[in-house]
Design a protein around this ligand. Structure first.
Ligand code: MSP
Length: 505
């Protein structure tokens, strides 16, 4: 395990406010929350942030197309992203702050950042391809090779440039020294290839529209939206004073940026180069996840097949969505969302495997022992091997593997239950002690399994803990070794309801 109290800074990408949130945004945010909750489960300290990316041509154009004042437009959409997170947000995530790039604290810091990299900035004219959808520049070569998106337009305008090319070598050296900087490994190779193909200097200002952070000392330019946006990871720590910046950036043991694979280049190349130029500490890891399709098709507004996370959560609850997204595909790979697989997985793995077992054990405890846990018994089913492989998988972002380990453990509890046949023991007064031992064994192991599942399905796990009369403070890896009997603050269960209702298909 990591040293206790090690300090982590975990971020999500900040979301463009040109449309309401969809399942892909929810995925990035939940992934970061799982990491944050897992680290807290190990009693590490975590600062976790998310927010909205509100400047740039894409946002401005969409506001115009909607005949809305740009500020009004971004205020509305930013609020719908905020509604997913913060306290009581429907994704049930534990972010400590939410940054908007239109906030003064952000704009001031972005301008400060510009002054820190000023020595690498020069003015010239940009001519090349630009994708408004991606807010990204593409070279003639990329265009010819078909590597640029379809929406690119030819652009020629006066621009400030950042001397990115001079960072090619330092970046390669940095990656070499930090082999776990880009996760998964396959993405690492993609970044190296991109640099080896030749890094050109980067245009970092725009002068033909105005929706952005003004360039210091030149009001006719706004900062390139990616330089503006990436700076959020620091600006959110910079206000009201610089304490958080000191604590969670400069002195952090672990800085993790969670992103989607589409924005790797910006995080793994541009961002460390800007930080090197500003002579600042670099993050420890950029973790890139895959993309979701729906029924085998890319999700898009024009097809009308975008999954709205709010709808799914209203229908099935947040935990089922969280569970499905992270058990269905290995983190880092693409996944396909099918209603059928969603229902099947949740029913089999949560409702039948864990929920049903807990109900059966509690029912027997009720009829035979008045729901009392009167003494401790030996836990004969759990071994530390489970925890060790869980930690190994979780530290490596192999969430699907960690989950399947837990589910396997659940299966072995079911096997034990079926083999022992406690419902038969219940008919024989002389086997009462044995019956108690079986039920205790099951419930103690459900407690353990619940602790391990907590980062994924926190709401349900809290319900399990409340049912078992265990304080929520005991949802910690360190408490696994305590017994059920000692964990409970009252050795009497009052009532119990099904934790994992089945999805009706
Ligand atoms: N604003 C930039 C990020 C700036 S970070 C300094 C941006 N925003 S975004 O709203 O377009 O995308 C945010 C995240 O959503 C990305 O990580 C992206 O990968 C993720 N997803 C968007 N659609 C997705 C899927 N269909 N599937 C999974 N995630 C996808 O990029």
């Amino acid at each position: 395990m990591n040293k206790p109290f090690s300090k982590n800074y975990v971020t999500t990408p900040i979301y463009y406010v040109n449309d309401k949130p969809h399942i892909g945004h929810a995925y990035s945010t939940i992934a970061a929350d799982i990491i944050a909750r897992y680290k807290r489960l190990k009693e590490e300290v975590v600062y976790f942030v998310t927010g909205t990316d509100e400047h740039g041509q894409k946002v401005q154009k969409t506001a115009q197309a909607n005949h809305m004042d740009t500020q009004n437009f971004v205020d509305n959409l930013s609020a719908s992203f905020k509604g997913l997170v913060n306290e009581n947000g429907i994704l049930n995530v534990t972010n400590n702050d939410f940054i908007r790039t239109t906030e003064t604290r952000h704009k001031e810091f972005a301008q400060f950042m510009w002054t820190q990299i000023q020595h690498d900035i020069y003015k010239d004219k940009y001519s090349g391809w630009y994708s408004i959808k991606d807010e990204a520049f593409y070279s003639e070569d990329e265009y010819k090779k078909g590597l640029a998106p379809k929406d690119v337009v030819w652009m020629e305008e006066e621009s400030y440039f950042f001397a990115l090319s001079k960072y090619a070598k330092p970046l390669l050296e940095f990656y070499k020294k930090t082999p776990r900087f880009i996760v998964p490994q396959s993405r690492y190779n993609e970044v190296i290839r991109f640099i080896r193909e030749g890094l050109t200097d980067l245009s970092i200002s725009r002068s033909t529209f105005s929706w952005g952070v003004k360039v210091p000392n030149d009001e006719s330019h706004v900062m390139y939206v990616w330089l503006d946006a990436l700076t959020n990871y620091l600006s959110v720590l910079s206000s009201p004073n610089k304490d958080l910046l000191e604590e969670y950036w400069n002195n952090a043991d672990n800085i993790v940026h969670v992103i989607g694979k589409d924005i790797l280049r910006f995080h793994a190349i541009y961002w460390p180069a800007f930080l090197m130029s500003a002579n600042m500490k670099l993050p420890h890891q950029v973790v890139a996840h895959g993309w979701w399709t729906r029924d085998g098709q890319k999700m898009s507004k024009s097809i009308g097949n975008v999954i709205d996370p709010v709808k799914v959560i209203k229908e099935y609850g947040c935990d089922y969505l969280r569970y499905f997204l992270f058990s269905e595909v290995p983190f880092g790979q693409d996944g396909d969302f099918r209603q059928e697989s969603f229902a099947q997985r949740v029913n089999a793995e949560l409702a039948n495997n864990i929920g049903n077992l807990m109900q059966r054990a509690l029912k027997l405890l009720e009829t035979n022992f008045d729901l009392q846990i009167s003494k401790s018994c030996k836990n004969t089913l759990y071994s530390n091997k489970i925890l060790n492989s869980y930690i190994e998988y979780m530290d490596d972002y192999k969430f699907d593997k960690a989950l399947s380990k837990i589910i396997q453990f659940g299966h072995s509890l079911n096997q034990y239950f079926d083999l022992q046949q406690p419902w038969v023991m219940a008919k024989d007064e002389t086997q009462k002690d044995q019956l108690y031992q079986v039920l205790y064994n099951i419930l103690d192991n459900i407690r353990i399994l619940a602790i391990l599942l907590y980062p994924f399905i926190p709401e349900s796990i809290e319900k399990i803990f409340k049912t078992l009369n265990i304080s929520l403070d005991k949802i910690q890896l360190n408490f696994i070794s305590q017994t059920l009997y000692d964990s409970m603050y009252l050795n009497q269960i009052e009532s119990y309801d099904p934790i994992f209702p089945r999805i009706q298909r």
